[in-house]
Each structure stands twice: as structure tokens, then as C-alpha cells.
Design a protein around this ligand. Structure first.
Ligand code: HEC
Ligand code: HEC
Length: 407
């Protein structure tokens, strides 16, 4: 008995000794709570409401500071194509360049005439051309009517079942919102010409990304769905409100007499631009019209190609005119290289067809018949739509520390 107690005390002392050496076993740490910071859209300017308050954001992808940051890196990372060779890297920014208001411009040797092409199997300028010319990325979060020239990606689309490019059937991926355009951009043969799996494997293997996925979505898992969500979040932040025209609307600056004259023409029946591009904040209605480019329409990608409604033959989205000076060539088929040619079209090149928009009132005269000096005034006014802050905003630019090994 005595011996037993001795052993007990010895063991007890030994235990105390070990505990002193190693410290008490701690209970396991609770997992880090997953917190993100909501992204605040700059809807007010100088304390006053500027933008529409209704934002088009799917409920399963709220915009967060962490998601936007990840999306910005991915948007600019050529390895999103699933390849590392410099001639096969392609990102959203290969075609959507900030300096051209997120269009591709006319000076890229890979894209002759400003018509983009997908990654070629052999080498540029081969590669499958995109069906249409570029659209800019401006204020898309306020567009409730549909993305792309024909509005095919929009909130009214039903669940379409098996979708192209492996897009999941459920919303918002299946052709209802920006998320689905990311899936298309990566897989379409006329864009990155890749595959979801190649892209996921590639992004997973780049050390900077898993921690950014954790910050944005709670775990380090890199999935295609998360890639599409993050890029869509970044694209929603690309808002523009600071052109000279916008500053003038807010009484922050003045227009020259010539620009003011152009404004009068634009906002009246004289030149008649306001019906379709007149919203003073967005400079578009985001609606679809036939603006008299042709007599016969054969492009399968017009609005009719999507709705199959005869009234939609030859209809396309009236794009925003913000930054229009930077985004040539113009129209869905890039037929006009300069704004002068665009003005000539509306002035004397309008063609009649069954579906021409009733707002094109001067079609019987071929257009509004502007004088040379009116054309010059209108052009001067269109140039006040350029937002220099938007095209130089560092928050929209390529992250300085993103190194993909290529230019
Ligand atoms: C090869 C060039 C190319 C690449 C790469 C590309 N795009 Fe585009 N993008 C286009 C063209 C061309 C259009 C106009 C297509 C149409 O409407 O027919 C377009 C249209 C869009 C639009 C619609 C804008 C609007 O006003 O409706 C969005 C959004 C968009 N792209 C996002 C992306 C994203 C995000 C990526 C990267 C995942 C991407 N694009 C990669 C060429 C490209
Ligand atoms: C009836 C509606 C309507 C009216 C009025 C109208 N537009 Fe348009 N505009 C459109 C549509 C639709 C498109 C796209 C057409 C296409 O690409 O096929 C367009 C395209 C444009 C483009 C090219 C956009 C791009 O991104 O390539 C410019 C520039 C333009 N319009 C300027 C004007 C000017 C300036 C006026 C007045 C002189 C005017 N528009 C009047 C509907 C209209």
C-alpha cells in the first residue's frame, strides 16, 4: 500500500514535470471566422445621388473588396488561358484594354482592323475571329437589359439546360449575368480557346492565388465557379462618371460654345441622338434598335438571331457613348473607322428597311442632313464624353506586382 502511494506520487510529480515542460494541452483553435468587406459602389458624387440605385448583381455573388481584388488579378493574368507560353497567354485584358475603355483598339497586330481573334493553334493573325467587334466595359452593373450586342445574356433567360462551353444550367451562370460571360470567354474558340479544367489547374499552380481565393471565398479551393464570380465582381466595379460632359451636367465645368452647339443638336430632333443615347448619366438606354445601317440584314447574331421575333431583324444594342472617341472601329461590324463616318451615316447614310426604328424619322431623306459646321459641332460635343479618370484609374489597371513572365 505504502509503495503504491509512492508510485502514485512519483507518477504525479513526473506528470507535473512534463506539463511544466510542455505547457498545458491547449484546446484546438476555433477556425478563423470568414469575413469579407462589402464593396461600396460610388453611387453618389459630392454627397448627391448620381448613378441609378438598382444594381444588377446576382444574390449568390455579392461584391466584396477581396473578391474584386482577386477578380482584377485574374482579369489581367494571361495564364487564365491555361497556358504559360507568351504567344498563348490571353486574359480578358488582351481584348478589353483599359486605355481603349476596355475595347481592343485598332493598333494590335494580333487583331487586324480592330477585330479580335481567339488564341490560334498556329500563330497570329490566325485564330478564330469573334462574331462581332468589341463592346466596351462601362457601367455594366446598371444594365438591366442584357449584355452583348444582341442582349443574349440577360436576366429573363430561363434555365436553359445544357449550355454551351460547359456553363452550368443554373443561374446566374447560364446566360443571365456577367458570370456566364467569363465561362464563355475562357472556353470559346474565338476567345481563349481553352477549357475550364486547364484554367483551374493553371491558376491553382500559381502561388499567389490560393490565399486570395481564401480571402474572397473562405477556402483556398480554386474552382471555375469562383474564378467566374471574382472576375464578374471586378467587371461590375468599372463605373464611369467623370467625363467633361458629366462634370458639366453637375455644374463643375463649362462647355465651349462649339460643344454647347453640339449639345443642342444632340439633344434635339436636329441631329437626334438623344432618343437612344440620351440618358445623361449612362449615355445609352441599353435598348435595341435598327439604326438604319442596311436594307437587308443577314448577320445571324442580331437581336432576331436571339429572340426569333421578326421585329428584331437588324436590331442591336445602342451602346453607351461614354469614351466613344477611344473605341473605334464603330458598330457591331466595325464598318466605320472614325466618328466622322458615324456622323455621316446618321446625317445622310440611313437606309430604310421594314424594321427601321420609328425614331429614325428622317429616313426618307437618308438622315438628318446636317451642315458641315453642325457636324463639326456634334463631333466636338461627342469628344466631351471621354472620361480620362476612367481610363487611368489605378484601381482598374493591371496590378503592378502581377508578373506572368510575358508583357
Ligand atoms: C478575343 C477577345 C476577347 C476576349 C479574350 C474577351 N472578350 Fe469579352 N468581348 C469580346 C467581344 C468581341 C465582345 C462583343 C461580343 C458580342 O456582343 O458579340 C465582348 C463582349 C463582352 C462583354 C459584354 C459587354 C456589354 O456591354 O454587353 C463582357 C461583359 C465581356 N466581354 C467580358 C469579358 C471577360 C470577363 C473576359 C475574360 C474572361 C472577356 N470578355 C474576354 C472580346 C473578347
Ligand atoms: C434609333 C436609335 C438611335 C439613334 C436615334 C441614334 N443611335 Fe447611335 N446607335 C444605335 C444603335 C442600335 C447602335 C448600334 C448599331 C449596330 O452596331 O448595329 C448605335 C451605335 C452608335 C455608335 C457606335 C457605337 C459603338 O460602340 O461602336 C455611335 C458612335 C453612335 N451610335 C452615335 C450616334 C449619334 C452621334 C447619334 C445622333 C446623330 C445617334 N447615334 C443616334 C441607335 C441609335
Amino acid at each position: 500500500m505504502k509503495k503504491g502511494w509512492k508510485y502514485f506520487f512519483e507518477l504525479f510529480a513526473l506528470g507535473l514535470f512534463i506539463i511544466t515542460l510542455t505547457g498545458c494541452p491547449d484546446p484546438p483553435d476555433p477556425p478563423d471566422p470568414f469575413v469579407t468587406t462589402p464593396y461600396e459602389f460610388p453611387l453618389k458624387i459630392n454627397g448627391r445621388q448620381w448613378f441609378p440605385t438598382e444594381l444588377y448583381i446576382p444574390s449568390n455573388n455579392p461584391t466584396t473588396v477581396e473578391g474584386v481584388k482577386l477578380g482584377r488579378y485574374l482579369f489581367y493574368d494571361g495564364r487564365l488561358s491555361g497556358r504559360v507560353e507568351c504567344d498563348s497567354q490571353m486574359s480578358c485584358a488582351t481584348c478589353h484594354k483599359q486605355k481603349y475603355s476596355f475595347e481592343c483598339g485598332m493598333d494590335d497586330p494580333r487583331f487586324p482592323g480592330g477585330k479580335p481573334r481567339g488564341i490560334p493553334s498556329t500563330g497570329y493573325p490566325d485564330g478564330k475571329p469573334t462574331p462581332h467587334f468589341m463592346l466596351p466595359m462601362i457601367n455594366l452593373v446598371f444594365n438591366q437589359n442584357g449584355y452583348l450586342w444582341n442582349g443574349k445574356v440577360n436576366r429573363s433567360n430561363p434555365a436553359l439546360g445544357a449550355a454551351p462551353y460547359g456553363i452550368p444550367a443554373e443561374q446566374p451562370y447560364n446566360m443571365t449575368n456577367l458570370e456566364s460571360l467569363v465561362w464563355m470567354g475562357i472556353a470559346a474558340p474565338h476567345e481563349m480557346n481553352g477549357s475550364p479544367q486547364k484554367t483551374v489547374d493553371m491558376i491553382k499552380s500559381i502561388a499567389i492565388y490560393p490565399p486570395m481565393f481564401k480571402a474572397a471565398f473562405g477556402t483556398e479551393d480554386v474552382t471555375y465557379e469562383r474564378i467566374s464570380k471574382a472576375i464578374a465582381q471586378f467587371v461590375r466595379t468599372l463605373v464611369s462618371s467623370n467625363s467633361k460632359f458629366h462634370q458639366w451636367v453637375r455644374h463643375e465645368t463649362t462647355l465651349t460654345p462649339q460643344e454647347l452647339n453640339g449639345y443642342q443638336l444632340y439633344m434635339s430632333e436636329a441631329a437626334d441622338c438623344f432618343h437612344c443615347h440620351g440618358d445623361p448619366v449612362l449615355l445609352t438606354t441599353n435598348n435595341f434598335y435598327n439604326n438604319g445601317l442596311d436594307t437587308v440584314f443577314s448577320d445571324p447574331g442580331d437581336r432576331y438571331g436571339y429572340t426569333k421575333d421578326n421585329m428584331d431583324i437588324g436590331r442591336y444594342k445602342a451602346t453607351t457613348l461614354i469614351n466613344i472617341e477611344l473605341t473605334g472601329p464603330y458598330m457591331h461590324d466595325g464598318r466605320f473607322k472614325t466618328l466622322e463616318e458615324v456622323i455621316d451615316h446618321y446625317s445622310e447614310g440611313v437606309h430604310y428597311s421594314q424594321t427601321i426604328d420609328p425614331l429614325m424619322k428622317y429616313v426618307a431623306f437618308g438622315g438628318t442632313q446636317l451642315t458641315e459646321s453642325e457636324k463639326a459641332d456634334l463631333l466636338a460635343f461627342l469628344k466631351t464624353f471621354t472620361d480620362h479618370d476612367f481610363i487611368t484609374n489605378p484601381e482598374f489597371s493591371k496590378p503592378a506586382d502581377l508578373d506572368t513572365g510575358c508583357d
